[in-house]
Design a protein around this ligand. Structure first.
Ligand code: PLP
Length: 369
């Protein structure tokens, strides 16, 4: 029996082992462990890649979101609108600042926030919107930006899953006030530890976030404000510089794999393959299907019995999590997010995934029919 994991980081390491080993060794030789030349190099390269003026390296994608809201002045009693169908951190950081996460349901086809439902949730307290580019497909940023302008709101992209994706030929990270990326090892551009980054065209925001990541200081021991410690380390930065060269190729390979899955899984009555919206370039951080008719959990079990691991992103929408109980939402408030959580199944997806494995997976799914 073949074993196929949802992700194979060893396959990627094998394919670029020299680059990675050299990158790590160069940091050790330079002893540039925290911040320093390698972090600077990565910041310059990511800014160039996203076509933004600035990029600031941080400890994680979570901190990127957190410090973005902080730098934009979001505080206690403010409201921030986001999707209930995302990773917990997106809304967690809103609450961490004492502000209130306000959820807006998703579009069933893309799993991204439905821009047409946002306006009715805007109040006098609303300060920002955080659209999430879920699974690597950009949210409908044109409508979101238009609304934000009309109501004088900030927009922060949660692009943790979407580095290299585009909306109307513009890179994510360059579509709003600030873009937030995660370099968590499983992401499309993954470090060998934690890492994150913000991108922006605002010097003020870039400078503020640089200060906040370093205990509120620009000059050592001359702290200007209260901040935190959220630095990117040199080894991670050098690994990411080495990997960035391959990102476009890997994202293309993901797309090819998604196409193949789409072809093989077409015409199965209870399966919906992911759709790509006309304005967006999807980079398939996840290849996520919908399994209808309550068959998802059994199909997942069947695949696992045959050696194939899959994941459910996400089994519970945020408004139904215990952590957000205090917000007072209930079942039925966001029907699309709730239905998605019952139907989604993410299949193995990584650039090195071979054709014969995809054939094997899709044959099994057909057999399950
Ligand atoms: C991974 C992820 C984050 C958090 O990034 P970390 O680097 O793990 O802190 C935030 N939002 C989304 C949508 C993510 O997928």
């Amino acid at each position: 029996m073949k074993k196929i994991s949802i992700l194979d980081l060893k396959a990627q390491y094998r394919s670029i082992q020299k680059d990675i080993d050299n990158a790590i060794n160069s940091v050790i030789k330079d002893t540039a462990f925290i911040g320093g030349v390698h972090v600077q190099e990565l910041e310059e390269k990511i800014a160039k890649y996203c076509n933004t003026k600035y990029a600031v390296g941080l400890n994680s994608g979570t901190d990127a979101l957190y410090l973005s809201l902080w730098a934009l002045g979001v505080k206690s009693q403010d409201e921030v609108i986001t999707s209930p169908f995302t990773f917990f951190a997106t809304a967690e950081v809103i609450a961490l600042l004492g502000a209130k996460p306000v959820f807006v349901d998703i579009l069933p086809a893309s799993f991204n926030i439905d821009p047409d439902l946002i306006e009715k949730k805007i109040t006098k307290k609303t300060k920002a919107i955080i659209p999430v580019h879920l699974f690597g497909q950009p949210a409908r940023m044109d409508k979101i930006i238009k609304l934000a302008k009309k109501h004088n709101l900030h927009v922060i992209e949660d692009a943790a899953q979407a580095i290299g994706s585009e909306f109307k030929n513009k890179k994510t990270g360059n579509l709003a006030d600030i873009g937030c990326f995660s370099f968590y090892p499983t992401k499309n551009l993954g470090a060998y530890g934690d890492g994150g980054m913000i991108t922006t065209n605002s010097k003020r925001l870039a400078d503020t976030i640089k200060m906040l990541r370093n205990h509120g200081s620009v000059v050592k021991y001359d702290n200007k404000t209260i901040g935190i410690s959220s630095r990117l380390d040199g080894i991670q930065a050098s690994i990411l510089v080495a990997k960035l060269k391959y990102l476009d190729k890997w994202n293309k390979q993901r797309k090819t794999i998604a196409k193949l899955y789409n072809e093989k899984l077409a015409n199965i009555s209870f399966i919906e393959t992911p759709s790509e919206e006309k304005d967006s370039k999807h980079i398939y951080h996840q290849y996520t299907i919908r399994v209808k008719n309550n068959k998802r959990d059994n199909l997942r079990k069947y695949l696992l019995e045959n050696g194939i691991s899959t994941m459910i992103y996400y089994p519970k929408p945020l408004h139904l999590l215990e952590a957000f109980k205090y917000l007072g939402y209930k079942m039925g408030d966001f029907p699309q997010a709730e239905q998605a959580s019952l139907e989604v199944l993410s299949l193995p997806m990584y650039p090195e995934l071979e054709k014969d494995k995809i054939n094997y997976i899709t044959k099994l799914i057909k057999k399950y029919v």
